[in-house]
Unconditional design. Structure first.
Length: 193
């Protein structure tokens, strides 16, 4: 496994997974508790696994939990997405910065690295589907709390995220998300231990 630290948000880590391939197909180890916790510098014990199916041009996010922040380990099971992370941790040196990566499903393993993305607790996360459809899996270290679910506006000019589409398919909830300045004014930034 190759570990690549992000240059914009140093706590975000890309993991280029080792692919063991032969004529039958391939095998990838996608999680091992001890080695992954060592890589992230914090214990990571998934409490919930989610799989999201989305069609082309769908944008999901940018989501976060305030009182129960979730660290996430994200990977694409099928398709291709632009995955975006925004640092909302108030005391972070990279506060309000974002980073973005194209992540590929295993059907691209012959031409693209099979990667996972580590999203630290206190960051907002979202993705845009580049392929005809995509399956995205994310393992979380805290259980989803519906009453603690918040959205940062995906196209907030203050973030300057270079999305591939200015008119993506977005849920009504995400269309009504708040800008970063509104989140700051309302005191809705993540609360970290």
């Amino acid at each position: 496994m190759n570990v690549i630290a992000d240059r914009h948000i140093p706590d975000v880590v890309r993991l280029q997974l080792a692919v063991h391939a032969d004529a039958r197909g391939h095998f990838v180890e996608s999680y091992q508790r001890v080695s992954y916790s060592d890589l992230f510098g914090v214990p990571f014990s998934p409490q919930q696994h989610n799989v999201s199916f989305s069609r082309k041009k769908v944008l999901r996010g940018l989501h976060y939990q305030r009182s129960y922040p979730q660290a996430k380990l994200v990977r694409v099971l099928k398709g291709q997405v632009l995955d975006v992370v925004v640092d909302l941790r108030p005391d972070s040196a990279s506060y309000a910065r974002h980073t973005a990566y194209t992540l590929y499903g295993p059907e691209y393993v012959d031409t693209q690295p099979h990667q996972q993305l580590w999203v630290p607790a206190g960051c907002a996360h979202g993705f845009y589907v580049l392929s005809d459809d995509a399956l995205v899996e994310y393992s979380c270290d805290a259980v989803y709390q519906p009453n603690d679910d918040y959205s940062l506006l995906w196209n907030d000019p203050a973030l300057a995220i270079d999305w591939p589409d200015v008119n993506p398919v977005v849920s009504p909830k995400d269309q009504q998300a708040r800008r970063l300045a509104q989140i700051e004014q309302a005191g809705l930034l993540p609360i970290l231990p």
